[in-house]
Design a protein around this ligand. Structure first.
Ligand code: 8X3
Length: 262
C-alpha cells in the first residue's frame, strides 16, 4: 500500500457501494482521492470519510487532498469538463459508475432503461477513459481499472442489456490493454459476482424486499470486499498488470449457479 502514497485516484460512482468503499480505502492507503457521482449529499459523506482516513494516517504527507465533483456519466458535458475541474494529474482511474435497471426479457424492456444502462456503463466509461488515457500517455504512467462483472462473461436471462454492457466493458478493456502494451500504462478489469450494495435496489426500482431476495440464503460480497481487490490491483509493482479478476461469494459459482441455504 506504500506504493499508493501521494498517488491520485479518480473513482467514478463513489457516492455509495463499491465506489465509496474504494475511495475510502485509497484514502487509508495515503492516496489522494477524486470522487464523482450524481448525488452531492452522499458524495459529501464519502468525502468526509476519506478526509478522516487521511487524518488517521500517522505519517501521511500534509498535502493530501480529497475532491468531490458532481458528475453524471450519461452527460457528455460532465465528462468533458471533469479534467478541468480536477486540475491535477490522475495516476489511477477506477471506472466504477454503473447500474442495472430491471429484469425484463427482450420485447418488454423500456427504452429509457436500455438508454441509461448503455449511456452510463458503456458510453460514459469510454468517454472518460479517452480523456484520461490521453493524459496518461503524456505522463507516461497510469493505471486504469474497469468494473466489469460476471455478467460480462456469462449472459443470463433477464439481464440482456446489462450483460451486453458488461461484455462491452470486457471488450473495451481488452482492446485498450493491447493498445497500451508498449506503454507503462496498465489496464485491469475487475469482475464481481454478487455484491450487496444499492445495485440490487436500483435493479428493482427501489423495491428493497425484492433486492434483499437476490441475496436470500447466502452471504454476498460487500463493497469493501471488492474495494480490497481494486486497491490491490492498483498497488502491485509497476511491472505487474492484473488483467482480469473474477470474484464470487463462496456460495456462487457462475452468474446462474449459486447455493442458497433453505
Ligand atoms: C453484478 C453481478 O450477477 O447481478 O454485476 O449480474 S450480476
Amino acid at each position: 500500500a506504500s506504493r499508493l502514497r501521494g498517488k491520485t485516484a479518480l473513482v467514478t460512482g463513489s457516492s455509495s457501494g463499491i465506489g465509496a468503499s474504494t475511495a475510502v480505502l485509497f484514502a487509508r492507503c495515503g492516496a489522494n482521492v477524486v470522487l464523482t457521482a450524481r448525488r452531492v449529499d452522499k458524495l459529501a459523506e464519502v468525502k468526509a470519510k476519506c478526509i478522516a482516513a487521511h487524518q488517521a494516517l500517522s505519517d501521511a504527507p500534509n498535502d493530501l487532498f480529497v475532491l468531490a465533483i458532481q458528475a453524471d456519466m450519461t452527460q457528455k458535458a460532465d465528462t468533458d469538463s471533469l479534467l478541468g475541474k480536477i486540475g491535477r494529474k490522475i495516476d489511477i482511474l477506477v471506472n466504477n459508475a454503473g447500474l442495472v435497471r430491471g429484469r425484463e426479457h427482450v420485447g418488454d424492456i423500456a427504452d429509457e432503461d436500455i438508454d441509461v444502462m448503455i449511456q452510463t456503463n458503456v458510453v460514459g466509461l469510454i468517454r472518460l477513459t479517452q480523456i484520461i488515457v490521453r493524459e496518461m500517455k503524456k505522463q507516461n504512467s497510469g493505471t486504469i481499472i474497469n468494473l466489469g462483472s460476471v455478467a460480462g462473461i456469462e449472459p443470463y436471462p433477464g439481464g440482456s442489456i446489462y450483460c451486453a454492457t458488461k461484455h462491452a466493458v470486457n471488450a473495451f478493456s481488452s482492446a485498450l490493454m493491447k493498445e497500451l502494451v508498449n506503454t507503462p500504462i496498465r489496464v485491469c478489469e475487475v469482475q464481481p459476482g454478487m455484491v450487496e450494495t444499492e445495485f440490487s435496489v436500483v435493479r428493482h426500482r427501489g423495491d428493497k424486499s425484492k433486492a434483499d431476495n437476490e441475496y436470500r440464503g447466502l452471504t454476498p460480497l460487500t463493497g469493501d470486499d471488492i474495494a480490497e481487490e481494486i486497491v490491490w490491483c492498483a498497488s502491485r509493482p509497476d511491472h505487474v498488470q492484473i488483467a482480469q479478476m473474477l470474484i464470487f461469494p463462496t456460495a456462487q459459482a457462475s452468474a446462474m449457479i449459486s447455493y442458497r441455504k433453505p
